[in-house]
Design a protein around this ligand. Structure first.
Ligand SMILES: C[S@@+](CC[C@H](N)C(=O)[O-])C[C@H]1O[C@@H](n2cnc3c(N)ncnc32)[C@H](O)[C@@H]1O
Length: 253
């Protein structure tokens, strides 16, 4: 998918808030080997590396556009690789992922797979959005099955693979994990108006739809989406409560 680092960074501050909550779940030791799955532009990977003394951190992402930006942060303790988080192989003390695993389907299979990347005594530490029932997301799914978009999208519609928090706790327990922490939090964003919500989703949720739509229909789709959101969120500023799931679990030493 063609990720656009500039669009993604329009809400840099809001997107970084859950990172601050997530890093608190890491048990910090000297000399950790760390994998950041879906590292994006590498800005948060570099922050992570700076917090972990004498660590070696690898950021992995499937997007060449994102990795091009990340390259600027590379250094002796921080490197970046292109790859698919669903099939990566190896073992690390900390397998970290911030706002990325929601792009991979079948979490009942993915979570054991990711936990398998954790060394004995290490941790899996993940944050992902769970905002898929918010109107900003539900409207996109509705539009995708309406004409003229349905035909233009070739029937494509994306349903979130994200499970409920109990399911993650259960999956981690079934993997033999200990020190399991799973919680969901609403991040309170205040935006200028509902059109700003569209700018937000353009950086993530809308990418696979806009990529598939022909040029002629892209702006029509965006205008239609904005028009459907305005009556639901008529105020200025507008409150955008954004749900996210955070979890951490350790592999017994
Ligand atoms: C919302 S961005 C998050 C980037 C960064 N972790 C952050 O929080 O700023 C999601 C990232 O996941 C990457 N991604 C999506 N699916 C992936 C996959 N299967 N394997 C590796 N990276 C993937 C995208 O390319 C994108 O850079």
């Amino acid at each position: 998918m063609p990720w656009n680092p500039d669009q993604y960074h329009k809400f840099r501050e809001q997107r970084a808030a859950p990172f601050e909550d997530l890093v608190k779940l890491i048990t910090i030791h000297d000399n950790l080997s760390v994998m950041d799955l879906g590292c994006g532009t590498g800005e948060l990977t570099a922050k992570l590396a700076a917090m972990l003394p004498n660590s070696h951190v690898v950021g992995l992402d499937s997007s060449a556009q994102m990795l091009e930006k990340a390259a600027a942060y590379a250094g002796p303790n921080l490197s970046f690789e292109q790859g698919d988080l669903a099939t990566v192989e190896g073992q690390w003390d900390v397998v970290f992922s911030h706002a990325a695993i929601q792009w991979v389907d079948d979490h009942a299979h993915l979570i054991p797979q990711l936990f398998g990347l954790v060394k004995p005594g290490g941790q899996l530490v993940v944050q992902q959005p769970s905002n898929h029932n918010h109107p900003t997301h539900a409207i996109v799914r509705e539009m995708a099955i309406e004409e003229p978009y349905r035909t233009a999208l070739g029937g494509y519609v994306r349903f979130s693979p994200v499970l409920g928090i109990e399911a993650y706790a259960d999956l981690l327990y079934q993997c033999g994990a200990e020190d399991i922490t799973v919680f969901e939090k609403v991040y309170p964003h205040v935006m200028d108006n509902s059109d700003a919500m569209v700018e937000w989703t353009k950086g993530t949720l809308l990418i696979p739809y806009l990529e598939r739509l022909p040029d002629a229909l892209r702006e029509t789709f965006l205008d239609d989406y904005r028009a459907r959101l305005r009556p639901l969120f008529p105020t200025s500023p507008v409150f955008y409560g954004f749900r996210r799931i955070l979890f951490a679990a350790a592999r017994p030493a």
